[in-house]
Write a protein that binds this ligand. Structure first.
Ligand SMILES: Nc1nc2c(c(=O)[nH]1)N[C@H]1C(S)=C(S)[C@@H](COP(=O)(O)O)O[C@H]1N2
Ligand SMILES: [Mo]
Length: 433
């Protein structure tokens, strides 16, 4: 029986951590000492935050390489209408009310954007995908890689998948709002998630054409956006390794999103889509892919995207699959008319597997929500619940889901220093008028 991918992810991460700590690591462009210093810098930021009152903490400085993207380019290319998206520095969060009445997928105009720096404006004509490394026949080098252009990829057999992409920090704002813990990083509400229909060529197909050998163990795509500089350290291009087993399984090199060419902000002309894994795995604007016969590391799996804090091992714990979350398709502080029945709508999702059950509360009691049958087993689960507000005034709506593995949503999420994997029940305020 094959394991769920989330399991593979945790296992891979654990194995690589042991190797990293044992000094077996090679991490292109960044030496381990710099990463340790960055780790110390980040720990200092979080420690300072812990000592202060829970007020806003300045995020670690984010540097943009002006040479690479054009100094005056806006970080996000698409319009950010306030009813669809909320800007958060170089990122934009989807507003949940923008999903009311929508189907399974999030339309491209309101899909969240997570940019470490800025959206690069790339030319499809000159774009190339460059594969290199010791896991390919003849061990081509970065300077003399196996190349594909967009036309090559479009001529290969295409596949389509409906997959959810979620930032590991989604929900981070609620650590502060509900639990009084503030964290560095993007202050996402619940809108750092989306589902789209991705179309492209399987990474497996391209790896085989490029001469994949049995010796290959890791595959690391890297983006063409500017280098990421944080805490005074240049971490280089955004990149994160995955084991060859996952790369050969269900990973796509996508050039279409919901039937349109991939939009600039979502990785034009080609992005990686790694179903079931945290969002950072799905590298946008992919320009190069290293295929290696030895384990690969990047700051995105050694320093970032790890669980630091009490009860976590030295070097940080593995990020498990995305946690269970639920959101109402309502504005924050929505106004709801008194005296009539309203149909509350929302969605729940989990990185461990499909949603089995959802409950909604408008006061003290929990009631089962009605699951939308068409979504059963899908990337996320829509649901509805009928509510007749008993009286005008302030009310708190809550929703909690349980997935097929039995994972649910606690009232309080366990603390971790970088504020990942929030899974608490969110208290959504509304006013009945
Ligand atoms: N090259 C590149 N790829 C990237 C990122 C990035 O900044 N640069 N952000 C990652 C993160 S953290 C997430 S959550 C997803 C977000 O995808 P989206 O912006 O299409 O929603 O892209 C990932 N891929
Ligand atoms: Mo992310």
């Amino acid at each position: 029986m094959s394991r769920p991918h989330s399991q593979d992810e945790v296992e891979h991460d654990a194995r690589r951590t042991r190797q990293w700590l044992a000094g077996e690591a090679r991490c292109d462009g960044v030496v381990r000492q710099e990463l340790l210093e960055l780790g110390a810098a980040m720990a200092a930021v979080t420690a300072a935050a812990a000592e202060r009152e829970p007020v806003a903490v300045a995020p670690a400085p984010v540097g943009v390489d002006p040479g690479a993207a054009g100094a005056d380019a806006a970080p996000i290319a698409k319009p950010l209408p306030p009813e669809l998206l909320e800007p958060l520095e170089t990122n934009a969060e989807m507003r949940w009310e923008a999903m009311a009445g929508q189907g399974q997928v999030v339309p491209n105009d309101r899909f969240f954007v997570r940019n470490h720096t800025v959206t690069p404006r790339l030319d499809a004509e000159t774009w190339r995908l460059r594969l290199f490394g010791t896991g390919l026949r003849g061990a081509p080098t970065r300077d003399n890689p196996v190349e594909f252009d967009l036309r090559d990829l479009r001529q290969l057999p295409a596949e389509e998948r409906t997959a959810l992409v979620e930032c590991a920090g989604n929900g981070r704002r609620h650590f502060a709002e509900q639990q009084g813990d503030d964290f560095p990083g993007v202050a996402w509400g619940l809108g750092g998630v989306g589902v789209a229909r991705w179309r492209g060529v399987r990474l497996a197909t391209v790896l085989r054409l490029a001469g994949l050998t049995d010796a290959a163990v890791d595959v690391m795509p890297e983006g063409l956006d500017p280098d990421y500089v944080t805490g005074g350290v240049n971490l280089g291009r955004v990149r994160r390794p995955m084991p060859v087993g996952k790369a050969l399984d269900d990973v796509l090199l996508a050039y279409e999103m919901n039937g349109e060419p991939l939009p600039a902000d979502h990785g034009f002309p080609v992005r990686v889509v790694v179903p079931g894994w945290i969002g950072i795995s799905s590298i946008k604007w992919v320009g190069a892919i290293e295929v290696s016969a030895t384990p690969l590391f990047s700051p995105w799996n050694t320093e970032l995207y790890r669980m630091f804090g009490p009860g976590q091992p030295a070097g940080g714990g593995e990020l498990a699959a995305q946690s269970v979350k639920s959101a109402f398709e309502l504005p924050w502080d929505a106004r709801i008319p008194a005296g009539a029945e309203v149909l509350l709508r929302g969605r729940s999702w989990s990185g461990h597997g499909p949603i089995a059950r959802v409950e909604v509360s408008t006061g003290d009691e929990w009631h089962p929500a009605e699951l939308v049958a068409a979504d059963r087993g899908g990337a996320w689960q829509r649901w509805t619940a009928v509510w007749r507000p008993p009286a005008p005034g302030r009310w708190t709506l809550r929703a909690r889901a349980t997935d097929v593995t039995g994972a649910g949503q606690p009232d309080t999420t366990r603390h971790n220093e970088l504020g990942y994997l929030f899974d608490g029940v969110v208290r959504h305020p509304v006013t009945v008028v």
